[in-house]
Design a protein around this ligand. Structure first.
Ligand code: PLP
Length: 444
């Protein structure tokens, strides 16, 4: 049953640990204290089996955790599993991962994040490991969103924000305009933010899905200034899924999270959601991270609460996935091999630009990530026509567009893809009445 009592009334049932955490946040990061949801206030990491097993990790005889070992803390894996793991050490792959994520991976990802000098400077928690970015967003939602919370996402945005941040938490999703012409709509975003005074969770996604847009450094800094000076309380969720994939000069470098460095804790809490999914092209590993920008005492409380939500939902995350990401981060070839894939994407991007311009198609501004959103009058009809032609795209009827993901299209096929799209638009315009499907919202 939905808890509709006021947060203050709900505080009466907080146990002493949760009350202590809330008091600490209120004293040292008032925005975080004010933004915590009812669930966020109540939940703290339990002193259950994982906590007691962690206490006992160096014991002589360890009879704590419900897993099967060789009796000395090592894996007792079937030989076939050992073989399938190849060079991965079974001890690092088949035993349970630590709650909140493997410590070595958390440190390694923190160092990876610190390639961005502003992020490196920011006081922040160790990243908490999550089951992909979607799970990180789900934890943010659980911790900070109640039905009365204002949730602001860009328009257009990744459709899954609606389920993960809105529906699941009984909150209404509001949007802010992302673009004004071919630039970030800084003034409009400022007006939208100022139009209500409710506690707000706001998502910033640069480069973004579905638009494939990153603002200029100057426009991103202007937006950061708007958010820093907003009265709050405000949680800014930086969804950095496509970080580091900018294909034009002059774009925001690094994460928007870094631009919020030093923001006033009375008013703002910045949260970073990122992960190996797209940044390391490890889509199926399901390793994401959640990082809070806060001084150590506050960061420890927020980490504790994030771990507690994870424990209560998926518990410990895939150890194999975490080990794969850790070994990837440690690998001497990481930089070179990642750049090579980025070059492939940049090549596809350039080919797309040429083809889109050649056909005179109208696109939302795109310069990064691996999506382009093209304006078409009947997106669903165009999508269906393309399916008949053996071409798959995603329809976004709510913004009158179809999305192409050049992440999954060979550069050699880009010209044909855009040619097929142009032909489908012409075909639909010539043959069909507006389709009922074009009123159906898409999400991907
Ligand atoms: C903007 C954005 N955020 C988050 C995600 C989810 O990432 P994951 O697959 O790691 O859950 C996606 C995936 O498409 C995305 O586009």
């Amino acid at each position: 049953m939905q808890d509709t009592s006021s947060k203050e009334a709900a505080d009466a049932v907080l146990d002493s640990r949760a009350m202590g955490q809330l008091q600490l946040l209120r004293a040292h990061h008032p925005a975080a204290g004010a933004m915590l949801s009812r669930l966020g206030r109540r939940i703290s990491y339990p002193r259950g089996v994982p906590a007691q097993a962690a206490d006992a990790r160096h014991t002589r005889i360890n009879a704590t955790i419900g897993q099967v070992t060789d009796g000395a803390g090592g894996a007792l894996a079937m030989p076939l599993v050992r073989e399938l793991l190849g060079p991965l050490d079974p001890d690092d792959a088949v035993l349970y991962a630590a709650q909140g994520g493997e410590p070595l991976l958390r440190t390694a990802w923190s160092e990876w994040q610190a390639r961005d000098p502003r992020v490196a400077r920011a006081a922040r928690s160790l990243p908490v490991v999550t089951q992909g970015l979607t799970h990180a967003l789900g934890i943010v939602a659980d911790l900070f969103i109640d039905p009365e919370t204002r949730v602001l996402v860009p328009d257009p945005c990744w459709g899954n924000y609606r389920g993960g941040l809105g529906l699941r938490r009984g909150a209404r999703i509001d949007t802010y305009p992302l673009l004004q012409g071919d630039r970030l709509a800084v003034d409009e975003i400022a007006r939208t933010l100022a139009s209500e005074s409710r506690p707000t969770v706001m998502v910033v996604n640069m480069p973004g899905n579905p638009v494939g847009f990153t603002p200029t450094q100057a426009d991103a800094e202007a937006l950061a200034e708007v958010l820093r000076s907003a009265p709050g309380p405000l949680v800014v969720v930086c969804d950095d899924a496509y970080l580091g994939m900018g294909w034009e000069p002059g774009l925001l470098e690094g994460s928007f999270f870094g631009l919020l460095e030093g923001a006033d804790p009375e008013r703002l809490l910045a949260v970073k959601v990122d992960g190996a999914t797209k940044e390391l092209f490890l889509f199926g590993a399901r390793v994401g991270f959640l990082t809070f920008q806060a001084e150590p005492e506050v960061a420890a409380v927020l980490e504790d609460k994030a771990k507690a939500v994870a424990r209560a939902t998926v518990s410990s995350m895939s150890r194999v996935g975490q080990e794969l990401v850790l070994q990837t981060l440690r690998h001497a070839q990481l930089g070179v091999q990642r750049d090579a894939i980025c070059q492939v994407l940049a090549g596809r991007y350039r080919a797309l630009r040429v083809a889109i311009d050649a056909h005179g198609l109208e696109a939302f501004p795109y310069n990064s990530g691996f999506f382009v959103l093209l304006k078409v009058s009947e997106p669903e009809a165009v999508r269906r026509r393309l399916l008949e032609r053996g071409v798959g795209v995603v329809a976004f009827p709510e913004v009158g567009a179809v999305r192409l993901s050049y992440g999954s299209v060979d550069e050699a096929d880009v010209t044909e893809l855009v040619g097929e799209l142009a032909a489908a638009i012409a075909h639909v315009a010539a043959t069909s009445a507006p389709s009922v499907h074009d009123t159906v919202a898409s999400s991907s």
